[in-house]
Design a protein around this ligand. Structure first.
Ligand code: GLC
Length: 527
């Protein structure tokens, strides 16, 4: 087992977390000061969204310099200090590796468009004389793009882009690109980064007559990258694929344990919400039945929310309609093929339902990812464009701007009657034993204290009542039985063996007993 098998990953944006120098932007100094907060919460690894120089037209996923820190967030020295301080506290650091595309401001693209057609410099990107090639590739940002090709008047040619038109795709058929990209990975791994999130990794290559996703060439490149990383750094660095694909295609990114160590389980995420909306476990059963076994060294990354919209790409059309009806009642919440909301507003700020999903996330197999602010039930701002509404400043206290900054923040802090920082903030919830923050912390600490919840084999049960999700995690002679009621009505468990109720404290009943609406038990079984 490696560190990522035991990890709980906290996803945050340097810009959004804490402002250390009073300029309105979060920075590495502020983040470093908050490391004790994360350790206390029970977090073991931090995933940082892009912090590289960028025109910020896709919030930093439009990189204009791969090997520097945006000056608003600090310097490379600040970054190195942050990594060192994180490591001293036992925290691992995962950074973004946006390897599919760059910003059109990147010097590689500027050089490409001015270089002669056919030169290696021009061929850093994918060019065409017509916008008709690769017509079978879908469009991802359906709300803003109508084609995967954009015209460049300087080059006098069309260039390929899977995301925004200002994000040209790199050309992985060019060996100089592959070499340059591996050097970027080395740059950050040399600085001590423990894991790289491979952004938008299914789209590296293009081939006629295909969807241009998950191509064999992409897997071959990833296997080469993995071999390189293992050889150069030993075995403890981690590659995390962002491959939003159906389970079998997603599992292919593990290879035979020789490709990526981790990949997110995108198809599971929306089905946890769907199961809750239906009050039935069948969507979860359905997707787990279709999830192939993976090599023991690999791990699914599980999550409820992240910095993007709740993507509905990996559900059927009927399921998507059901999800929109249940969770996007405000039409402004729809974005591309998904719902741009945070966890608490999605669940109507019902703490029972929020804790139900947290307790499944933190007990089901996989390595869980927690999105910053969801531990206090932060809200979102649907008036902000794109996905910015779920990327507002962290709410630390009831001080001006939520204690995030002493200056005007880069984006307004949530200040509404329900989710606003005056009422909803870390300081207040830390003091309140009944708060969401304290409940989430308790779950995280139980996970830390019970290896069965992290490493255990999983046995799924099929209770008679379809509202119940029930499984056991077993490790080293310890068995923890998790049972959760997805319905808004009580549900009866039959023939239970009993044990210690880890969430409530005290003994858990044996035989037949009833869980309240949205109730959950983690039962340490007597064996
Ligand atoms: C990934 C990121 C998303 C970004 C896109 C393009 O899907 O999660 O935020 O917009 O890649 O880089």
């Amino acid at each position: 087992m490696s560190w990522y098998h035991d990890a709980v990953v906290y996803e945050t944006h340097v810009r959004s977390f804490a402002d250390g120098n009073g300029d309105g932007y979060g920075d590495f100094a502020g983040l470093t000061d908050k490391l004790d907060y994360l350790v206390d919460l029970g977090i073991t690894a931090i995933w940082l969204l892009p912090f590289f120089p960028s025109p910020l037209r896709d919030d930093g996923y439009d990189v204009s310099d791969y090997t520097a820190v945006d000056p608003r967030y600090g310097t490379l020295e600040d970054f190195a200090r942050f990594v060192d301080r994180a490591h001293r506290r036992g925290l691992k650091v995962i950074t973004e590796f946006v390897l599919n595309h760059t910003s059109d401001r990147h010097p590689w693209f500027q050089r490409a468009r001015h270089s002669p057609a056919g030169s290696s410099e021009r061929d850093f990107y994918v060019w065409s004389d017509t916008p008709d090639r690769y017509g079978d590739a879908r469009i991802i940002f359906t709300d803003s793009e109508t084609s995967n090709w954009a015209w460049d008047p300087v080059a006098g040619a069309w260039y390929w882009h899977r995301f925004y038109a200002h994000q040209p795709d790199l050309n992985y058929d060019n060996p100089a690109v592959r070499q340059a990209v591996v050097e970027v990975a080395d740059f950050w791994l040399d600085l001590g980064v423990d894991g790289l999130r491979l952004d938008a990794v299914p789209y590296l290559y293009e081939r006629d007559g295909t969807s241009c996703e998950n191509l064999p060439e992409t897997h071959a490149f990833l296997k080469d990258l993995r071999a390189h990383v293992d050889a150069r750094y030993g075995g403890d660095r981690m590659l995390l694929a962002e491959a939003n694909q159906w389970p079998v295609d997603a599992a292919a990114y593990f290879g035979n344990g020789d490709e990526c160590h981790m990949n997110y389980h995108f198809p599971l995420m929306p089905r946890m919400f769907l199961a809750l909306a239906r009050g039935r476990r069948d969507p979860i059963d359905w997707v787990l039945d279709r999830t192939p076994p993976i090599p023991p060294s690999c791990r699914w990354g599980t999550f409820l929310r992240n910095h993007d919209e709740l993507t509905l790409e990996m559900v059927t059309d009927a399921e998507r309609r059901e999800m929109y009806a249940a969770y996007a009642t405000d039409p402004r919440a729809k974005l591309n093929i998904g719902i741009r909301r945070r966890l608490a507003p999605l669940l109507g700020d019902d703490s029972r339902r929020i804790l139900l999903l947290f307790s499944l996330l933190l007990s089901m197999p996989g390595t869980p990812f927690v999105y910053y602010g969801d531990e206090i039930g932060m809200g979102d701002d649907l008036d902000l464009p794109d996905r910015n509404g779920v990327r507002t400043p962290m709410q630390w206290s009831d001080a001006p701007h939520g204690g995030f900054t002493t200056a005007t923040p880069y984006m307004p802090v949530i200040d509404d009657a329900v989710y606003g920082y005056r009422r909803r903030n870390v300081a207040a919830q830390r003091q309140d034993p009944g708060s969401l923050w304290n409940a989430v912390r308790r779950l995280l600490h139980l996970r830390r204290d019970h290896p069965a919840l992290r490493r255990g084999t999983t046995v799924w049960h099929a209770p008679d009542d379809p509202a119940l999700v029930s499984f056991s995690r077993r490790h080293d002679g310890v068995s923890i039985h998790v049972v959760a009621n997805l319905a808004a009505r009580p549900a009866t468990i039959q023939g239970d063996r009993g044990g210690i109720d880890l969430l409530g404290g005290g003994p858990s009943p044996t035989g037949s007993w009833t869980l309240p609406p949205y109730g959950v038990r983690w039962i340490l079984e007597d064996r």
